[in-house]
Design a protein around this ligand. Sequence first.
Ligand code: F6R
Length: 606
Amino acid sequence: MCGIIGISSNKSVSASIINSLKKLEYRGYDSAGIATLFEGEIKEVKSEGRVDTLEQNFDLKNLKGNIGIGHVRWATHGKPNSVNAHPHSSHNVSVVHNGIIENSTILKKYLTTKGHVFKSQTDTEVIVHLITENLKADDLEIAITKTLNQLHGSFALGIVFKDIPDLIVGARRGSPLAVGYGPNENYLGSDSYALKAMTNKITYLDDGEFCIIKKDQVLFFNEDGIKINKKILKLSSNEVSYEKGDFKHFMAKEIEEQPITIKTGIKEYIDKTNSEINIYNFPWKISEINSITLIGCGTAYHSCMMAKYWFEELTKLDINIDIASEFRYRKNRFKKDSLYIFVSQSGETADTYAALDLCKRNNMKTCAVVNVIESSIARDANFVLPIHCGPEIGVASTKAFLGQILILYILSLKFGSLRNEINKNTYKDKVKELLNLPSLIEKSLLIDNDIQAISSTFNEVKGSMFLGRGFSYPIALEGALKLKELSYVHAEGYPAGEMKHGPLALIEDGMPVVVLAPRDNYYKKTISNMQEVIARGAKVLLITNKSKDEIISENIWETIEVENTNEDLLPFLLTIPLQKLAYYSALKKGYDIDKPRNLAKSVTVE
Ligand code: F6R
């Protein structure tokens, strides 16, 4: 999940490469590097750390050249240091790579026997030497076709050549890659986001394809090296800002943007006048679908889990959920009457994409719930339900989560109504209540003072637990994930009713336990489970909804009350304090909130 940029221009490219790399840092940020071609030489600069560090370490203004490639890395093979940073170069070839070469060890042995010397521990360096070797015997297009066929695994590549100084080669298998068109220059980028500042004209490479980019021409080839034509797409202009504005972090901004996310989703899918849900161009008859499988990773998987509860409540459909990295390798029973829903913010997550690809190869009905509508998952699914939450830059997903669960809730309501499995009046009431959700979220966001004070406790301990039952269980998992990824504190999400089957042994004096107990069908049961952890010394933070009834328990450490609404919608409101808890706890520790250690926003490797 590294970031790649390449520019072929009639002017110096280093400044534009740096700007694009800064945009691409959400894909990886443990090292950065650039290679340009100038006066018949490859000029390579790279360093450990962020693009800012690269700028501090080198005089990049004087890095000349009208052709160049750049890279931000998320380490897979070899430590994150300057030696392993990309580009990797031989005397003639320089490469930036996103992905994993699975047969790199075998290729390295072969290339060593041919006299190639390796400097890094990366799999990427193998590509450099393989191309160098193949160019000894063949012309560029044949050498590239041959090299790509020798590589196993996934890749997006940007390649420049000392002896062919007027072009960049881009190649894709498994990892996304886009070409952009500008005035007197053309570009290569991991995604359209990196290119947006320079152009809105884009072509996406498909799997197996490669391209040759010159300043005034772009040529495309299929995996057999045969020239092909490809369409140029015009990107929609996105009004939502890519800047932090007055916020300290993108995450803080994105949490506060959630009322807008929900408003936009409602505007897109709900006819307010008739209290009706509109899902236009749905390609199948409702009678053709008897089961649904929802697939995603991380936070997106939690959205799938949330959806399972709603679909089961509102329809009689058979609902399955799966983690993409598990689904893709299992012996799945593909059934004709199943709909497969892929949930992803980026639309580029490698495991989710592979699961989609597997379903497509088995002729299944596929639907994508995604944020980035130009993404691979959105382009390849039969049907797309966009989240419309605008760019999410913070690595920890916040507004995309609420956006995903909104769309999935809307879909479950619509299915319930079309299948006559919910009463017409109940359906209308639920749609009407949904219209109040943005203002309820707005009010639930006003808890910063309380949460800030509470958050320190979570930093002082070795572990914490997040408990919930029913609709609150997926939210407990999401809360635990947010805390661990931002604050590096062990946090475990658990169904409250399962504690007595083992995890209760973890509870000791002063351990913080977040209990999600809204006043729903599970309330009394969850409160009993809460008392069991309090009895064993836990410091309980109870998150519930406002009510005239008093809370039926004693010895609770802290309580946060979100607004009141119907049971279906409470998960949206319960999520907010958990996002803020993770945010403030990381803030107090001084951690890098938008770029937590070891992670990246777009996970395009397995
Ligand atoms: C956690 C988080 C990740 C992503 C996961 C899937 O805060 O953001 O767990 O949810 O990597 O990413 P997408 O949604 O882009 O497929």
